[in-house]
Design a protein around this ligand. Structure first.
Ligand SMILES: [Zn+2]
Length: 134
């Protein structure tokens, strides 16, 4: 059950995400619409779309936070599963409050800098990625 429930949940969530991202035009970020500036989450939907299609580099380009969040979630999940099997393995990094402050600072710096450095800004729109995922 430790593996079945997450695997089924991931499959259902992934299938729903692919269906929604492939069939519906999602709203544009209100922050971007009003201020014409990328917010910290801009590109996250495009990053998730790219990741669901196995395009890791494009996902990183759209918004690196998605992959960072997945890596963190995996570390937490691995610890949890190992604990269920009686192994007390801990990744010290994810239990360190300083790490989260630094991560937040890096994320905020990234959010600001991507408005000034075109190479790290999200590319295109969902409709205009230049890649047909359908
Ligand atoms: Zn935004």
């Amino acid at each position: 059950m430790v593996f079945v429930i997450p695997a089924v949940s991931l499959a259902v969530f992934g299938a729903a995400a692919v269906f929604i991202l492939s069939n519906f035009e999602l709203w544009q970020c209100p922050f971007l619409s009003i201020f014409h500036v990328y917010c910290a989450g801009c590109g996250a939907t495009r990053a998730a779309t790219a990741l669901l299609h196995g395009d890791i580099l494009l996902s990183l380009r759209q918004n690196a936070v998605i992959i960072a969040a997945i890596i963190l979630a995996l570390m937490w999940y691995i610890e949890l599963v190992l604990r269920v099997f009686g192994k007390n393995v801990r990744f010290p990094l994810i239990h360190n409050a300083k790490f989260y402050y630094i991560l937040l600072a890096v994320w905020l710096a990234y959010a600001v800098l991507r408005n000034f450095i075109p190479e790290i800004a999200p590319v295109g729109t969902r409709a205009g990625l230049g890649i047909n995922y359908n």
